[in-house]
Design a protein around this ligand. Structure first.
Ligand code: HEM
Length: 149
């Protein structure tokens, strides 16, 4: 009987330790981006930098930067497994008419990559986030816009 008790205790311990270890290893992307404050800071820096960029900034001339920052943070939080639900307009609707080129899109991605690196976000978390954003390219970029720039 005692042997059975020890076996059960050992099993319970193994499960408890195992669960702890996998929880640590399996931190959500949202957590690895720095949670609410990290994601908020990433969105703020990204929009500040692209709006000030000589090439990318033109699109943001009349835009409400505070709204974009807030909704971008919410969108990243949602995509990355955080406790948010994106409440903005569809990517297609929002970007329509801004003549955004593929080069603009990649320019924004490069800026985001630089911000994540500066903030100490790891390569795998960076790539996970970029993989989640990549499918939006077809809704953000205007197919004919590349020809003009
Ligand atoms: C994956 C890439 C992108 C994401 C996730 C993204 C996300 C967003 C979000 C969440 C908004 C606010 C939505 C709303 O108002 O309901 C927004 C607005 C906007 N974005 Fe993007 N964006 C991306 C790429 C770009 C690029 C490459 C540009 C141009 C260089 C751009 C220019 C704008 C502009 C100008 C607005 C304001 C539109 C308006 O109010 O008329 N975005 N974006």
């Amino acid at each position: 009987m005692t042997t059975v008790k020890y076996a059960l205790l050992a099993l319970w311990l193994a499960c408890a330790l195992g669960a702890g270890a996998s929880r640590a290893a399996g931190a959500s992307l949202y957590e690895r981006l720095g949670g609410e404050s990290g994601v908020g800071a990433i969105a703020d820096s990204l929009i500040d930098r692209v709006a000030a960029d000589p090439k990318l900034g033109a699109s943001f001339k009349d835009a409400k930067l505070d709204r974009i920052k807030r909704l971008l943070a919410e969108q990243i939080c949602d995509l990355a497994g955080g406790p948010c639900h994106y409440s903005g307009d569809s990517m297609r609707q929002v970007h329509a008419g801004h003549h955004i080129t593929q080069a603009d899109f990649y320019g924004m991605v490069a800026t985001l990559r630089a911000i994540l690196k500066e903030r100490g976000v790891g390569v795998s978390a960076t790539n996970e986030l970029l993989r989640l954003l990549a499918p939006m390219k077809r809704d953000v970029v205007e197919p004919s816009a590349g020809a003009r720039r």
